[in-house]
Design a protein around this ligand. Structure first.
Ligand code: SAM
Length: 259
């Protein structure tokens, strides 16, 4: 992680008052935001997901209107704005820390608008050509209703690029996987240094696991997830376990066409 990014991360961690999303959430998303992009930099499983999304985007007709729901620090919107510079993008993220990281990353793109409301507070409109929702649905209240809201956001013929964490996040198993990878790529000393800087990720992932076990965060099998997506009126084009089997990817469309 570059040193100015690290300094910014530490400043955000130490200076911010808790925002409303963070006060009641099981995960401290703002604390997570301080280290979140180390996933993009060092976690090959995260990188694979972003690459898959880029490949998907290059294979479809350029969308006019894109929503990124629970967009975090803006990594998927960054791919979208690079690949589809003429698209209008609505970035939805209720956590102040995540939003602030996204705003700096995505600054200078007038075609992106930022919405700080939680998804459940939005009025679903039915006009989107593409909705992206990656690793956010499980953390939302009433995720089955939220899935129907995602479908409702789409115009007929529009795409939903959906990834959701379905299984318990085994933090110890992830730590071993990542540490082995870092050691191989960067050597033991650097692996230890990176792991120390990334400790907030492990801390928040533990909070996610606790919330999953308490039933506050949603868990599902691949089959349950697919069945709910179909009940929400969507047609599944591709479905596969991703993120080392912890998550499910579904690429879906809303039946019908605009003509
Ligand atoms: C694990 S991060 C994923 C971020 C991004 N999509 C990515 O994959 O890099 C989960 C995000 O969901 C957001 N989130 C949690 N509850 C939400 C809600 N009710 N509505 C919208 N986003 C929510 C969090 O603030 C957090 O930024």
């Amino acid at each position: 992680m570059p040193s100015d990014a690290l300094a910014g991360a530490i400043a955000r961690l130490t200076s911010g008052r808790p925002n409303s999303a963070q006060a009641s959430a099981p995960t401290n998303w703002s604390a997570y935001a301080t280290a979140y992009d180390m996933l993009a930099e060092y976690n090959p499983a995260y990188q694979e997901l972003v690459q898959d999304f880029a490949a998907f985007l290059s294979a479809i007709e350029a969308p006019g209107l894109i929503y990124d729901i629970g967009g975090g620090t803006g990594n998927y919107t960054q791919v979208a704005v690079r690949s589809c510079p003429a698209s209008e993008i609505r970035f939805v993220e209720p956590d102040d820390g995540m939003m602030s990281a996204a705003r700096s990353k995505l600054a200078g793109h007038p075609n992106i608008t930022f919405d700080g409301r939680p998804f459940e507070a939005m009025d679903a409109a039915g006009t989107a050509d593409l909705v992206i929702c990656v690793h956010a649905l499980y953390a939302m209240p009433r995720p089955e209703q939220r899935l129907r809201d995602l479908a409702h956001l789409l115009r007929p013929g529009g795409w939903l690029y959906l990834i959701d964490l379905g299984r318990y996040l085994d933090v110890a198993e992830w730590r071993c996987y990542l540490f082995d990878h870092l050691k191989k790529e960067h050597g033991l000393f650097n692996a230890l240094r990176i792991a120390w800087h990334a400790r907030q990720i492990a801390r928040q992932n533990k909070a996610i696991l606790t919330a999953q076990k308490k039933g506050i965060y949603w868990t599902h099998s691949e089959a349950e997830f697919a069945s709910l997506v179909t009940s929400a009126g969507l047609q599944i084009h591709r479905q596969q376990p991703v993120y080392r089997g912890y998550s499910d990817l579904l690429i879906c469309s809303k039946p019908g066409s605009m003509e």
